[in-house]
Every structure is written in C-alpha cells, then in structure tokens.
Design a protein around this ligand. Structure first.
Ligand SMILES: [Zn+2]
Length: 417
C-alpha cells in the first residue's frame, strides 16, 4: 500500500508520520525517493526530514559518490539512538522483558519467574525489571515508555483470566496503572497476540504486509488479524481468540467451560500435560528441542495430533479471513513450531491455496525468542512509527492526543492498544 501525504496545513503531524513510516519500511531513502513515494512537494519533504532529524528520529548519511557528476544524494534512515522502549511479556509463571531501540534491536533482556497468581508480586517484579533496564540504558537516551503484553482475552468476559493459560485470578488490570505511577513512564498494554502481530508488522517478517493473520503459540494459543496494519479488535476487543474455537466434538474439557477447544490440543500447556508436567515452566522450554531431537515418544505422539489440528486451523483462518499469509510467533521454541508446520503439510485446500502471492501460506517469526516481547516494546512507539491511517482520516481529534511533534498519547490510565 502506497501512502500519500496531504498538503493541508493541519496535516503536519500526519505527514511527518507518513514520512517516518516510509523511511522505516524501506530502511533507507533519499529525499527524492520520499517525494516520489508520498506525493508531497520537495519543499515539504525537506522541511519534514529536517524536523525529524532535529528531534533525533532519523539520521542522514551521504551515499557513496557515483562516477556521474554532481553531489551524491543523502539517504535518511531511522536513528537507532532515537530512543528506546521497554517491552514486558507476561505469561503464567514468568515475566520476560527487553529494552528495544527505535529500529527494533534488543539491547538488554531480562527474564524472571514469578507466581503470576499474585498480582502484587507480579507488579513488584515488573517494577524491578523496569528499574534494572532503565539503569542499563544510556542516561541521555529517550525512553518512550513501557509496553505490556498479556494473554487474552482481556476485556471482561466469562472467559477472561481463567485457566492455566491466562493470568488466573486477575480481575482487572489496575496494576498497570500502578506500574505507570511507580515508574513515571507511559504504559501501554495489549493482548500478547496483538503485540506480537504489531512487532512483526513493524520490525519482523510482516514488515511488507498490510494484511496477515498472526498466530501466537505460547502457553496458550491466540490469534490476531491485521488489516491495513491495524489489529482487528471486534465488538468488545476480543476478536480472533482462536484458542477457544471448539474443534473436537466431546473433546477435552476447557477452562472456558466448553470442551474440545483448539488450545487444548495446540499450545505449550497442552504439551506440558501430554508430557506429564503440571506447567511447562516446570520443565523449561529449553528442554523441548532436545526431546524433539531424541524423538521422545510422548512428544512425537502429541505433535502428530497437534499438527492435524494446526492443519485444520490454517484452513479455517484462510477460508474465514483470506489473509496474505499466516505468521506464527510466540514463546514456543522455534524448532517445535517448525516440526509442527512440517507435519501439517500438505495443507488443506482453501481459498488461499493456489493463489499466486509472493508469500508462503505459513511464515514463522524470525525471532528466536518470544516475539511478543518485541511486540510489547513496540506498543509505546507503534502509533508514532506506523500511523493508523483510517483512524487519522476519520477522526482528526485523535491527533489532539498526540503530544509534541509526533509524540505520545498522554493518558490518565494505562492505554490499551
Ligand atoms: Zn476453551
């Protein structure tokens, strides 16, 4: 999708974000290439690149001189030192976090096991992680805020915060307001699958895709549909929770109260039960690749069954949503996901099968570790780096919430993205 700027006076912040967006997506662009791509006047683009450079979001460098005459052009790139943000991925039993810079590089990582049933302890752990990561960041560096990714569904429903794949026992997310008050940093949060999808969209395998489905394979199983680079939320913010789609008649009972849900067959929790562990954290995900290499019979049997359900799930997602591709990420070891995807071949026929697109039907996240940590870290910078066009176009008032030149949403509560 080519996004164009607008020459209206009131659209300056919008145009700055458009320019920032094309530079990020292309990696490096000359002023002329920006002008040609966003259809703004050369003078406007010159003003914008000067503004963006002056506030440290982009850097310029002169390209190597070619043999032709004249000055070599200047290329603009995102400035890795333009600031950083902290991403925290909360899963049952552990908090994983990272300090991530403006180009998506992980600068520092932390991982702490915590009894997430205890909200207070979980808050203390998050505050400790933030203090530690802040202490390790450069004192002159701008910190855009904290993003927190949590297993869904979050909005108060009958099946929120129930079962071992959710933050069991939580009734609300007020701890995130406390996290903001204690750290004095902006706090954004979202369901882990939404965070993972946005992370892949900004810095990962979905960078060039406007439309894809993200499958979050962690302790539980979640999903997010990205349309025009925005996560589709649904009526109550709980769309595409594929883990609770019933797929096996009279199947295993699920914490949601139904039986035969997909997540009961395709998730690390389901695997841990098959291996006779109470929680996957007991065993450590790190052991799974070795069990896989050893062809552990219980693991092999589980994979055979899970792959069949994955094959069906892919067909359901494709026939229902027709995404360009399905990206699989999450905290499951990559070797395990690769094995499942290979076992799921050949995929069922669907509306996506046979359609010539440059993308495979399934693409795995390239993040070796949990893609939702990166996703969490992009929450504070997502609006700045990837303007949500339809929102900006339909409701200019949302621009009033953007502080400063491009800036941050200033909210009395932790903001959900
Ligand atoms: Zn269920």
């Amino acid at each position: 999708m080519v996004t164009r700027g607008t020459n209206q006076q009131s659209s300056a912040p919008y145009n700055r974000r458009i320019v920032l967006d094309v530079i990020r997506r292309q990696g490096s662009m000359s002023r002329k290439e920006i002008v040609d791509t966003v259809s703004l006047s050369p003078q406007t683009v010159a003003n914008i690149t000067r503004d963006l450079e002056s506030i440290g979001l982009i850097v310029s460098r002169r390209l190597k001189a070619e043999k032709s005459r004249g000055q070599p052009p200047i290329a603009f790139e995102l400035n890795p030192r333009g600031g950083s943000s902290i991403g925290i991925s909360l899963e049952p039993g552990r908090a994983s976090a990272a300090l991530v810079n403006l180009v998506g590089e992980v600068l520092k990582r932390r991982e702490v096991e915590v009894d997430t049933h205890n909200q207070r302890k979980t808050l203390d752990v998050m505050v400790g992680i933030v203090k530690d990561l802040v202490a390790r960041s450069s004192s002159t560096e701008r910190l855009w805020g904290i993003g927190v990714a949590l297993p869904g569904p979050l909005a108060s429903t009958d099946i929120s915060f129930v079962g071992p794949t959710a933050l069991e026992g939580w009734t609300n997310l007020e701890v995130l307001d406390e996290l903001r008050d204690t750290t004095r940093l902006h706090v954004f949060y979202s369901v882990d699958s939404v965070a993972g999808a946005l992370g892949e969209s900004l810095f990962g395998v979905a960078k060039s895709l406007d439309n894809f489905f993200y499958m979050h394979f962690g302790v539980g199983l979640g999903g997010t549909l990205v349309v025009n680079r925005s996560a589709y939320k649904g009526a109550n913010g709980n769309a595409t929770e594929i883990g609770h789609i019933p797929i096996v008649p009279n199947g295993k009972s699920c914490y949601c109260g139904n039986s035969g849900c997909l997540e009961r067959y395709l998730s690390l929790q389901s695997l841990s039960e098959a291996l006779g562990l109470s929680e996957i954290a007991d065993h450590g995900r790190g052991a799974l690749p070795q069990l896989l290499a050893d062809k552990d019979p219980r693991l092999m049997a589980w994979c055979q069954e899970a792959a069949g359900h994955l094959r069906n799930a892919v067909c359901v997602v494709e026939n229902l949503l027709d995404p360009k591709t399905i990206v699989i990420g999450g905290s499951a070891p990559k070797a395990l996901v690769q094995h499942l995807v290979a076992l799921a071949e050949p995929l069922h026929r669907s509306v996506r099968g046979g359609v010539a697109l440059p993308h495979d039907r399934i693409v795995l996240s390239e993040r070796q570790e949990d893609s939702s940590i990166l996703g969490a870290a992009v929450l504070p910078i997502y609006e700045m780096l990837s303007p949500r066009f339809e929102v900006l176009q339909q409701d200019r008032r949302s621009e009033l919430n953007v502080a400063g030149l491009l800036g941050q949403r200033s909210s009395p509560r932790a903001g959900r993205l």
